[in-house]
Design a protein around this ligand. Structure first.
Ligand code: CP
Length: 311
């Protein structure tokens, strides 16, 4: 297969295993380019991409922008906080005005679930979802599964992957579950009962509230951040008694890993709350895949944009 089955990248839910395999193969090719002295290719030199960020981002925004520059695309960057959205302009009007400037592709992060899906029906351009509220974050799942394959081998069939923490508010969790299942992995979510929505078992994942037992079970663990900003505000703790008690129950520490008779691959999508869901020595330790994930984010986003531009 040399083409994706999708016209937009809205969510892993719309993708096939062949789509993921094609993206992985193309990511490997671009990763090789990124390790050359000259890291740039002319693949998208006739393409103009708008990066529309209606919500904060460091890794996703910078890696999309770097990926576009490595592919020689022209770029316009839009940040809602300094735009006419503040004066009441609608999403469709904002995007149509940007498209009138002859933009071919839109990369979009938005706090409302479904915003990129809505937009894809209203405007004639390729849309890439860079995270929509608590719904999906497909490129994060692509770079996470690519990084897992580098650690565990290309075949994730039957591998046991645990996703730990604030599942309720996590678009990364949903997209990772869907991608890992397409690739044949067994997925378990682990966290306090208040942070695991009831529909999780309908997705065919295992549910656990015991981190130590989950670590014994898993081949790799993806630690998620507690998203206090989606729980009622940056200082609002609504789903567990205190940060300290959360860490005692669900924080990944060296003490916990020392009890295991094996090594685990340890992922985190970032941003990290050091000392909360993961200790600094683990985050910076030899089994951490965290900076590999960030590195792979550039090559995998190059692959996604390159393949969508050929549709
Ligand atoms: N992982 C991730 O989406 O990070 P940012 O919010 O910094 O983009």
């Amino acid at each position: 297969m040399s083409e994706l089955s999708i016209k937009h990248l809205l969510g892993i839910r719309d993708m096939t295993r062949d789509d993921l395999e094609l993206i992985f193969k193309t990511t490997s090719e671009f990763k090789e380019v990124l390790n050359r002295p000259i890291k740039k290719v002319p693949s998208l030199r006739d393409l103009t991409v708008a990066n529309l960020f209606f919500e904060n981002s460091t890794r996703t925004r910078l890696s999309f922008e770097l990926a576009q520059k490595r592919l020689s695309a022209d770029i316009v960057n839009f940040s809602a906080s300094s735009s006419s959205v503040k004066k009441g302009e609608t999403l469709v009007d904002t995007v149509n005005n940007i498209l009138a400037m002859k933009v071919d592709m839109v990369v979009m992060r938005h706090p409302h679930p479904g915003a990129p899906h809505f937009l894809s029906k209203k405007v004639k351009t390729t849309i890439i979802n860079a995270g929509d509220g608590t719904h999906e974050h497909p490129t994060q799942a692509i770079l996470d599964t690519f990084s897992l394959r580098e650690k565990l081998g290309d075949d994730l069939e039957g591998k046991r992957i645990a996703i730990v923490g604030d599942i309720r508010h996590s678009r990364v969790a949903i997209s990772n579950i869907l991608a890992l299942q397409l690739l044949g992995a067994t997925v378990r979510v682990c966290g306090p009962a208040t942070l695991i929505p009831k529909h999780m078992s309908d997705l065919g994942v295992e549910v656990s509230h015991d981190l130590d037992e989950t670590l014994i079970w898993a081949d790799a663990v993806n630690m998620l951040r507690i998203q206090l900003e989606r729980q009622g505000g940056p200082n609002s703790i609504a789903f567990f008694p205190s940060i300290r008690e959360y860490t005692i129950g669900f924080g990944l520490t060296q003490q916990r890993l020392d009890k295991l008779d094996k090594q685990l691959a340890i992922l985190h999508p970032g941003p990290i709350n050091r000392g909360v869901e993961i200790s600094s020595e683990i985050a910076d330790g030899e089994h951490s895949v965290i900076l590999d994930q960030v590195e792979n984010g550039v090559a995998s986003r190059m692959a996604v944009m390159y393949l969508l531009a050929r549709q």
